[in-house]
Design a protein around this ligand. Structure first.
Ligand SMILES: Cc1ncc(COP(=O)(O)O)c(C=O)c1O
Length: 410
């Protein structure tokens, strides 16, 4: 292990307890973020929560967080709204248009609830049509996406990296195809932000929603939404509070806050803001994004090779479009046994996850802090469990709550 990796891992106490190969759900928390949050909650408890000094600190943390997200995404801080999660960003954009009955949105068959459910609800409320581009596992997604456009298309809403197949969609090409038809693009960056370099201005994407808690190792309940300056005038704020308006006269006269700040509202939890600021600062200035991206890519390639070497394993993530996630399954195993496999691996010291719905699989995601030995160890544990077969795996109690059947799907 290099000195740098040892130092980074020492900043993340949780990674010493277990091989944490599920960053796609949540990254580990750096010590300094935990300390920043503890300092705020301690102060709240002992000094109270209503001082001007504290309010100013919240404002400064918000400004710093916008600037840090801007640095990560190579865009100006004014283009960033701080949100509570990716889902909030997807909602802000999906609800932000003056929809007319018959308008259409293009999305894909590999989306997360975060992007999909706002579309269901705007469809129900405004009578719009959702066109699902059937992109299979995502090997060659562009033709199906292009075929879904009609003259009524008003928005494209897609994941940058699909959480269920692991495919990294060609966002720049999707943006080019959409813009050629005058249509803006909303991307869900939950599985992309902190994984590879994101030059949002270069990509030309109009809206980009991302979380704090996954690859960026921030606290839960944090995220950001990028809104391109070209769209500030057309994307309406759907809910508003004191941050959304710059000046007003109490009688309906107002000017909107400059830039993406207009999409924020209300008081955020100061402890999570302080923690997010510390995590982003640590990721950008201690870990170093280039180093992190290179490590994630090389560990993911190693994990793929490991899985390719296991008999009976089918990898769903297209090889040429792999980024943060590798989705796979032991052929002939039921969804319930795959859930049990994840629990059996946890007992052996490895955390991964199962996807308990279509396409029913298991998923490994490597963080920059993982070691090569952890990947190899996962391979040995998996080989052992697969050799014993699905009958040797107990079905977890919670499988019933998800309606997971014991019939193989693949
Ligand atoms: C593609 C994708 N979008 C959205 C989410 C939800 O993220 P958040 O909890 O930040 O809303 C996830 C998380 O698992 C995800 O994988």
């Amino acid at each position: 292990m290099t000195d740098k990796l040892a130092r980074i891992r020492a900043d993340l106490p949780a990674v010493e307890r277990i091989a944490f190969l599920n960053t796609g759900t949540c990254g580990p928390l750096p010590a300094r973020a935990a300390a920043a949050m503890a300092a705020v909650t301690g102060q709240e408890y002992s000094e109270g929560r209503a001082s001007t000094k504290r309010f100013q600190q919240m404002r400064l943390d918000g400004q710093a967080v916008r600037a840090l997200f801007g640095e990560l995404l190579h865009v100006a801080p004014e283009t960033i709204a701080v949100t509570g999660h990716t889902t909030e960003g997807m909602n802000i954009v999906s609800y932000g248009f003056n929809w007319q009955p018959g308008d259409e949105v293009v999305t894909t068959t590999l989306e997360h609830e975060a992007g999909l459910f706002p579309l269901y609800f705007i469809a129900r409320r405004y009578g719009i049509t959702i066109r699902y581009a059937d992109i299979g596992l995502g090997e060659d997604p562009l033709p199906a996406i292009e075929a879904a456009f009609t003259p009524r298309t008003r928005l494209v809403s897609v994941s940058h990296v699909s959480y269920s197949s692991g495919v990294c969609l060609p966002l720049a090409e999707i943006v080019t195809a959409a813009h050629a038809r005058g249509v803006p693009v909303l991307a869900d960056g939950a599985q992309a932000a902190g994984v590879f370099d994101l030059d949002l201005a270069g990509l030309g994407v109009d809206f980009y929603a991302l979380p704090g808690q996954k690859w960026l190792c921030g606290p839960e309940g944090t995220g950001a939404l990028y809104v391109s300056p070209a769209r500030w005038d057309t994307l309406e704020p759907t809910y508003a509070g004191f941050t959304a308006v710059a000046e007003q006269d109490w009688r309906g006269g107002y000017t909107l806050a400059p830039g993406a700040l207009r999409y924020e509202s209300g008081t955020k939890y100061p402890a999570t803001m302080a923690g997010l600021r510390a995590s982003l600062d640590w990721f950008l200035h201690d870990v170093g994004p280039e180093w992190a991206y290179a490590r994630i890519a090389s560990l993911s390639a190693r994990a793929r090779r490991m899985l390719e070497g296991l008999a009976g394993v089918r990898i769903l993530t297209p090889a040429s479009r792999q980024a943060s996630l590798i989705n796979f399954l032991p052929v002939g195993w039921s969804p319930a046994r795959m859930a049990g496999l994840v629990d059996a691996l946890t007992e052996r010291g490895f955390i991964i996850r199962s996807i308990p719905h279509v396409p029913y699989c298991v998923r490994v995601s490597c963080g920059f802090y993982n070691t090569e030995a952890e990947i190899d160890g996962l391979g040995t544990a998996l080989a052992d469990l697969l050799a014993a077969g699905p009958e040797a795996i107990a079905i977890p109690e919670w499988a019933a709550a998800y309606g997971l059947s014991d019939e193989p799907v693949w």
